[in-house]
Ligand binder design. Structure first.
Ligand SMILES: C[S@@+](CC[C@H](N)C(=O)[O-])C[C@H]1O[C@@H](n2cnc3c(N)ncnc32)[C@H](O)[C@@H]1O
Length: 213
């Protein structure tokens, strides 16, 4: 998929709703303060990076895909930083960022466990790492038989598998939350999303949050 088509999806009603809902969950759990630094790992076209910048965070987006990163750079204000790199070998010192965010990117990385360890290593305070949930309606809609559209080639995980990725890492308060229970932008689905507790593990996004020690 080219970056223009991918970003165009965020301009649709469904795309904007999914993006805003996922961001709201991550932002609530990160509890970042204006001026904090945040690294967005696997930022793609930079939708979440730019969204975090609107909350007055000092953001850096990282992605290995030059075309997508260049799209992000061209479509953002100059104070945002963009770095070409791999989640498995983040080109930053330990505890370089107050917070680390990643949405639907680590599921494309060869060694997810190594990428998780790297995200934890460069986080000074909190991380929010989001995966696609195999136990969700979104998986039934978009994930089966190799996945469709931007989901093509992604690994879809269960909550148990995600917890295992963090085993032995220097983290505390590890918590799994989820969002996008009914993957539809219709009013009734949005209404249900607002009352569904994020502790229910059946949303399309499974978000692992915690603190780096
Ligand atoms: C579905 S896109 C998600 C982009 C963005 N986070 C979003 O939610 O809009 C998946 C992203 O993961 C990135 N990715 C794939 N392998 C990666 C790696 N080894 N390290 C970091 N990012 C990677 C891809 O280049 C792509 O931009």
């Amino acid at each position: 998929m080219n970056p223009t088509d991918y970003e165009r999806w965020y301009a649709t009603e469904r795309g904007r709703w999914i993006g805003e809902t996922e961001y709201a969950l991550a932002a609530r759990l990160l509890a970042a303060q204006p001026g904090d630094s945040l690294l967005d790992v696997g930022c793609g076209t930079g939708w979440f990076t730019r969204r975090a910048a609107t909350d007055d965070l000092r953001v850096t987006g990282l992605d290995p895909n030059f075309a997508w990163l260049n799209y992000a750079r061209v479509h953002s204000k100059s104070q945002l930083s963009w770095v070409q790199g791999d989640a498995q070998r983040l080109p930053f010192a330990d505890a370089s960022f107050d917070h680390v965010l990643s949405i639907a990117a680590l599921c494309f990385v060869d060694d997810e466990r190594q990428a998780v360890a790297e995200c934890v290593r460069v986080a000074r305070c909190r991380f929010a790492l989001g995966w696609l949930n195999r136990d969700s309606l979104l998986y039934r809609q978009k994930g089966r038989d190799g996945g469709s559209g931007a989901y093509h080639g992604a690994r879809w995980h269960s909550a148990v598998e995600l917890r295992a990725l963090f085993a032995g890492l220097p983290v505390r308060k590890l918590r799994l939350s989820s969002a996008i229970f009914l993957p539809s932008a219709q009013a009734w689905a949005r209404g249900l999303e607002q009352v569904a507790p994020s502790v229910l593990p059946w949303g399309g996004l499974l978000l692992a949050t915690g603190e780096a020690i």
